[in-house]
Design a protein around this ligand. Structure first.
Ligand SMILES: Nc1ncnc2c1ncn2[C@@H]1O[C@H](COP(=O)(O)OP(=O)(O)O)[C@@H](O)[C@H]1O
Ligand SMILES: [Mg+2]
Length: 92
């Protein structure tokens, strides 16, 4: 099944801290995932990049329409037809 969200090779550092290194992930329709990790693992950083609060140092974030077309190719262009990401706002 075609993904709704495709993360490819995401990396993010804060100064000398490598918060995320080469993260790739596909989210397909009707899938439910839990983002699990110890404190400092990079969960919030990942969600903040998906929602556009942080820009990745490397990699791409793609959202796809349910008809398979690409809605946008970067998180900073995410407003509009991406659906409800409100849960992400609760992540701190
Ligand atoms: N704005 C920031 N400035 C500097 N370091 C940060 C910042 N945000 C996160 N970090 C660092 O990135 C790493 C991942 O943090 P974070 O994504 O908050 O992890 P989690 O949400 O899994 O606890 C940690 O080492 C954290 O200290
Ligand atoms: Mg967190």
């Amino acid at each position: 099944m075609n993904p709704l969200l495709k993360l490819t090779g995401l990396s993010k550092s804060f100064g000398g801290v490598r918060a995320l290194v080469d993260v790739s992930f596909d989210l397909c329709p009707d899938e439910v995932h839990a983002l699990v990790g110890e404190n400092g693992a990079g969960k919030s950083t990942l969600v903040k990049m998906i929602t556009g609060a942080h820009q990745p140092d490397a990699g791409t974030i793609e959202f796809f329409r349910t008809d398979g077309g690409r809605a946008r190719s970067a998180a900073r262009k995410r407003s509009g037809d991406c659906g409800d990401l409100s849960a992400a706002r609760a992540v701190s």
